[in-house]
Unconditional design. Structure first.
Ligand code: 6R9
Length: 634
C-alpha cells in the first residue's frame, strides 16, 4: 500500500510537485499497481481534439489490481459488506478471496454467452452484491460495462442499450426498496422490444416475484453460475482500452455516454480515495450512492477495492423502516467513514435528532458529501449531530466526466470551511474564467470553473460521438476543460462550487438536462411546447418547475398534470417528474425565438419583483400572464 498524504505541508509539497512534473508524479503513483507490461510514455495530450492518453503502451487488467493483488495480504478480509433492505434479513459479506472467485465465475458465464473483449454489456440492477460482481466480471474479460440506474424507465433504458449496442443485459427479477418491491425484469422486457443487439439477458433472483421469460434469451444467474468454474485468467488490456460507459445528462439533447479508460481511471480513483478519506487498514467504509451513478462506480467499487478497503453496499433507502436507518447501519457495522449526499442529509435532518440519538455513532471518523452544493444548515447539522463535532466533513466536488474527486478537503488535514470544497487534489489544476474566457487570477474572484491540465481519469470521449465531447467540454474555452459549474475562489484561495451555469439541473443529486425533461413532457399529446427550469427546493436542492403550453383550453388542469407526470415517468423515470407544472398561454421568447429562461427562473423562485429587461421579448404580455399564474414556491 502506498503512502498517504499526512499533513497540510505534505499536501502542498505534493501539489507543487504534481504541477511542476505531472508525468513523474503520476508515474510514481502508478508504480504500486500490477502492470502486465509497463507503459512506454506517461502522457500524451491536447485539449483541442481532445486527445488525452495516459500510460501509453501499458498493459494491465484492473481486476488483478482490485482483487488478485490483495489475495496474499488480505484474502480473508471483507471486501464487500452488503446490507439488505429489511432489517431482519441477514446481510452478506464477501472476502477478497470470495469476491475474486465470484468475479471469475461470472466472467466465465459472460464468456459462455459469447461476450468478448470490447463488447458492451448493460447492467440494470438493484444494489445487490451481484451488481458489483457483474461490473468486475466485465472488466475481467475486457467487456465494457454500461450501468444504467435501475430507476430509469424502459424507454430510457432502451436508448442507452441501443446507443452502446449492448450484447447482453444483466438484471434481477425485482428490487426491494423501502416498503416496495419494484419490478425490474419487466422494465428490461419492455426495453428489449426496441433493441436488436441483445442476445442474452441474465437475471439474478432477488425478490422471487414471477417474471415473464423469453427462452433462448433469458437465463437465471444462479443456474448459469453452476455451469462454469471459478478460474478465469484476466484479459490483457491496454491502459487506454475502454473500461466503461456511463450515461449522463447535459444541457442539450439526449444523455451522452461518458467513456472512461482503464489505466488512468485506476490510478486516480485509488489515489483520491485513499487521500481524501484517509482510509486506514481495517476501516469500514460506506458510500450510500447507487452504483448506477459515477459515485458508486468510483467510490463503492473501484477506488475502495483498489485500495484494499472494506466497502459497504446498501440495498434500501434512508427512511425505511424509519429515518434512523442510516444510523442503525452505522452502529451495526461500526462504520468509520460515511459518504452521502446533501439531499439525504436534509431529508433526515427534517425528521429531527431523535432518530440519530438512538444509535451509537462513536465509530465514525470521517464524513463525506457529494453530488450538489451543501448548504450551511445541512453542513452544520451533519457536523454536529452525526459527526459530534469530531469528524471532518469532506465536501467532494467532481463529476461523471472527471471520474474521481477533484476539489475536496483531505480528511483531518485540510482546515474546513462549511460549504467549501476547499482545495484541488494534487494533479488537478483548476482555473476560473469570465464569460469571455479570460482567466481570473488571484483570490476573491468568481467565475466559470475550468481545468487547464489533464488528470488521469478525465473522460476520453462520449461514446460514438467524439465531436459532441469536443463541443460540450472543450470548445467553450479553448484549451480548457469546461466543467459547467460556477465557482468562487475566496480570499484564502478556497474553492466554493456555486452550481451549474448551463441548462443542467441537479435534483436530489441527480443530474438532468432541462431539454431532456422538456422533450419528455412534449411527448404528451396535448402539450405543444414546454420550458423547464430549476428552483431552490428545501430537501432536493433543486426542484423542477415546468411551464407548458397546451393544445386548446384545458378544462381539467389537475388531470393534465397527472398525465404529464405519467408521461415523464414513462419517458425518463420518476426522478425527472416536475414538482410544479404551470399551464401558460405563451413562453417569454426573444425575437430570435430563444426562450428567456432567466425570467422563468425568477418566476419559479417566486421572485417576480424584478424581472430585468423584458424589452427584447416578442410579446412582453406573456410575462404578466405567467406572473399571475405562478405557483407558490412553498
Ligand atoms: C459526482 C457527481 C456533477 C455535478 C457537478 C456539480 C454537482 C457534485 C458537488 C457538486 C457542489 C459538490 N456537484 N459534487 N456541487 N459541491 N461537492 O455528482 O457527478 O452526477 O456527474 O454531477 O454535480 O454541479 O457539475 P454527476
Amino acid at each position: 500500500m502506498s503512502e498517504r498524504i499526512k499533513s497540510l505541508e505534505a499536501y502542498h509539497q505534493e501539489y507543487e510537485r504534481s504541477v511542476a512534473d505531472p508525468e513523474g508524479f503520476w508515474a510514481d503513483k502508478a508504480r504500486q499497481f500490477q502492470w502486465q507490461k509497463p507503459w512506454d510514455q506517461v502522457l500524451q495530450w491536447n485539449f483541442r481534439d481532445p486527445d488525452v492518453k495516459w500510460f501509453l503502451g501499458g498493459k494491465l487488467n484492473i481486476t488483478e489490481n482490485c482483487l488478485d493483488r490483495h489475495l496474499e495480504t488480505r484474502g480473508d478480509q471483507t471486501a464487500i459488506l452488503w446490507e439488505p433492505n429489511e432489517t431482519d434479513e441477514p446481510g452478506k459479506s464477501l472476502t477478497y478471496r470470495e469476491l475474486h472467485a465470484e468475479v471469475c465465475r461470472f466472467a466465465n458465464v459472460l464468456k459462455a454467452h459469447g461476450i468478448e473483449k470490447g463488447d458492451r454489456v448493460c447492467l440494470y440492477m438493484p444494489m445487490i452484491p451481484e451488481l458489483a460482481i457483474s461490473v468486475l466480471a466485465c472488466a475481467r474479460i475486457g467487456a465494457v460495462h454500461s450501468v444504467v440506474f435501475a430507476g430509469f424507465s424502459a424507454s430510457a433504458l432502451a436508448d442507452r442499450i441501443n446507443d452502446a449496442s449492448a450484447k447482453a443485459v444483466l438484471t434481477s427479477d425485482g428490487n426491494f426498496r423501502g416498503k416496495k418491491s419494484i419490478p425490474v425484469k419487466s422494465v428490461v422486457d419492455e426495453a428489449l422490444q426496441q433493441c436488436t443487439s441483445v442476445s442474452s439477458c441474465i437475471v439474478v433472483q432477488r425478490t422471487k416475484d414471477e417474471v415473464d421469460w423469453t427462452p433462448g434469451r433469458d437465463f437465471w444467474w444462479h443456474e448459469e453460475r453452476e455451469k462454469v468454474t471459478a478460474d478465469c485468467a484476466a484479459e490483457t488490456m491496454d491502459a487506454e482500452d475502454m473500461l466503461f460507459i456511463l450515461y449522463t445528462s447535459g444541457s442539450t439533447g439526449k444523455p451522452k455516454g461518458v467513456v472512461h479508460t482503464i489505466g488512468g481511471y485506476m490510478v486516480y480513483t485509488e489515489y483520491s480515495f485513499r487521500n481524501v478519506f484517509q482510509y486506514e487498514d481495517g476501516d469500514i467504509y460506506w458510500c450510500t450512492a447507487d452504483i448506477g451513478w459515477i459515485t458508486g462506480h468510483s467510490y463503492i467499487i473501484y477506488g475502495p477495492l483498489l485500495a484494499g478497503a472494506t466497502t459497504m453496499m446498501f440495498e434500501g433507502v434512508p427512511t425505511y423502516p424509519d429515518a434512523g436507518r442510516f444510523w442503525q447501519i452505522v452502529e451495526k457495522h461500526r462504520v468509520n467513514i460515511f459518504y452521502t449526499a446533501p439531499t439525504a442529509i436534509r431529508a433526515l435532518q427534517a425528521f429531527g435528532e431523535a432518530y440519530v440519538e438512538k444509535y451509537d455513532l462513536s465509530s465514525l471518523k470521517t464524513l463525506g458529501s457529494v453530488g450538489e452544493p451543501i448548504n450551511k444548515e445541512a453542513w452544520e447539522w451533519y457536523y454536529e449531530h452525526i459527526g459530534k463535532k469530531k469528524c471532518p466533513i469532506v465536501d467532494t466536488w467532481w463529476q461523471t466526466e472527471t471520474g474521481g474527486i477533484m476539489i475536496s478537503p483531505l480528511a483531518g488535514i485540510t482546515p474546513l470551511k462549511p460549504t467549501y470544497a476547499t482545495l484541488p487534489l494534487p494533479g488537478v489544476q483548476p482555473m476560473l474564467v469570465d464569460a469571455e474566457g479570460k482567466e481570473l487570477t488571484g483570490n476573491g474572484v468568481e467565475g466559470n470553473l475550468c481545468i487547464k491540465f489533464p488528470w488521469p481519469s478525465i473522460l476520453r470521449t462520449t461514446y460514438g460521438d467524439h465531436e459532441r465531447c469536443r463541443q460540450t467540454y472543450f470548445s467553450t474555452y479553448p484549451d480548457m476543460y469546461f466543467t459547467g459549474d460556477g465557482c468562487r475562489r475566496d480570499e484564502d484561495g478556497y474553492y466554493r462550487i456555486l452550481g451549474r451555469v448551463d441548462d443542467v439541473i441537479n435534483v436530489s443529486g441527480h443530474r438532468m438536462g432541462t431539454a431532456e425533461v422538456e422533450n419528455a413532457i412534449n411527448e404528451h399529446p396535448d402539450v405543444i411546447e414546454s420550458a423547464v427550469v430549476g428552483y431552490p427546493h428545501e430537501i432536493k436542492g433543486q426542484g423542477i418547475y415546468a411551464f407548458v403550453i397546451c393544445e386548446e383550453d384545458v378544462t381539467d388542469e389537475e388531470k393534465l398534470r397527472q398525465e404529464i407526470l405519467g408521461t415523464v415517468t414513462k419517458v425518463i423515470g420518476p426522478i425527472a417528474k416536475p414538482d410544479k407544472i404551470q399551464v401558460v398561454r405563451g413562453l417569454p421568447k426573444t425575437r430570435s425565438g430563444k426562450i428567456m429562461r432567466r425570467i422563468l427562473r425568477k418566476v419559479a423562485e417566486g421572485d417576480v419583483s424584478n424581472l430585468g429587461d423584458t424589452s427584447t421579448l416578442l410579446d412582453p404580455g406573456v410575462v404578466e400572464d405567467i406572473k399571475s399564474g405562478a405557483l407558490s414556491s412553498a
